[in-house]
Design a protein around this ligand. Structure first.
Ligand SMILES: [Zn+2]
Length: 324
């Protein structure tokens, strides 16, 4: 019983990995989620992916002590139920039981961002820090905190949704949650791309217009904005500065409430690196009491793609051990 399986069930892809008890990822498999085909279809697919993972690594099923899955949205980890996950279109789905029934392995679920930050805290960039605040910049923006090894959940497991802090004077966009001005409509990979497109549409000149002359500017991604930034494109520089500043202001609330000694930044949007982190740091420093700033370390995640798999595997291992 020396292995664990960790999973990241996202709106676009499911990634499933075999992890050892030290948190090293041994092998992973990935498939499109196809959430529109219904939760039963997705769980059957997960069962097949776990079979494939065991087969490809020659791992007997009896060697795996627990499966952990991180899923987006509001999760009840104690009952193993996905209460609401907008991008999977799941409401009150008994995710842990559905997976356990198809695999025969004890299964535990939790919110994907919490699992990502837990993974980075146990064996990533935040290892060794006692009070960790983590954010993931992806399709959306969310945070989690780990205090001396313990995840913070809040009432109804809803703590950490900093993507829905609103800045209505600076942010004109309406969010999927129904409010206008939510931080994640700009401070996300999606938001970075969207701001660049809107500036180009408003008539601003940009190298991106040249690069996307033959295709629609709709296909501009955050990675393209980073590339344009590197050739000093004024639109890209403005988008990164504006996004970084707003992220810094949002983080100021989180830093003041949680008093972390470490902020770890993950998700695909973290690949923007210093282009985004430099204006974010500058704004954060100006927006919090100096006592918080002086002892704060900020670093990108070590396992940008895999922290969620590692974290959910290790968390599941802990919970399974606690039951024995
Ligand atoms: Zn929102």
């Amino acid at each position: 019983m020396s292995k664990l399986i960790g999973m990241d069930i996202g709106g676009t892809n499911i990634v499933c990995g075999l992890v050892d008890v030290q948190g090293s990822l041994i092998h992973k498999v990935k498939q499109p989620t196809e959430a529109l085909k219904g939760s039963g279809y997705v769980f059957d697919k997960i069962g097949g992916m776990i079979d494939q993972l065991l087969r490809e690594t020659n791992t007997p099923r009896t060697d795996v002590s627990a499966v952990g899955a991180g899923t987006p949205g509001f999760i009840d980890p104690e009952r193993g139920v996905t209460l609401f996950a907008g991008n999977l279109k799941w409401t009150d789905i008994p995710t842990a039981e559905e997976i356990r029934r198809r695999t025969g392995i004890p299964t535990f679920i939790d919110n994907d961002v919490r699992m990502y930050v837990y993974g980075e805290t146990v064996c990533g960039a935040a290892q060794g820090y006692e009070h960790v605040l983590g954010i993931t910049i992806g399709t959306g923006l969310a945070a989690a905190s780990v205090n001396r090894g313990h995840l913070f959940y809040g009432s109804r497991y809803m703590a950490g949704e900093i993507g829905h802090l609103i800045f209505p004077e600076q942010i004109p966009y309406t969010c999927g949650c129904g409010m206008t001005g939510c931080l994640e409509t700009v401070a996300s990979a999606t938001g970075i791309a969207r701001q660049a497109r809107d500036l180009i549409r408003s008539g601003r000149s940009s190298v991106l217009r040249e690069w996307f002359r033959d295709t629609s500017i709709e296909s501009i991604t955050a990675a393209d904005v980073s590339k344009a930034y590197d050739v000093n494109d004024p639109v890209a520089v403005e988008v990164m500065n504006h996004t970084g500043q707003l992220l810094g202001r949002g983080l100021a609330y989180a830093v003041t409430l949680y008093s972390p000694d470490m902020i770890v930044i993950g998700g695909g949007g973290a690949l923007a690196g210093e282009r985004l982190f430099a204006p974010m740091r500058e704004q954060l420093q100006q927006s919090v009491y100096s006592g918080y700033w002086e002892r704060l370390t900020i670093a990108p995640a070590r396992h940008i793609d895999d922290a969620g798999i590692i974290g959910s595997a290790l968390a599941a291992g802990q919970r399974q051990a606690a039951m024995n």
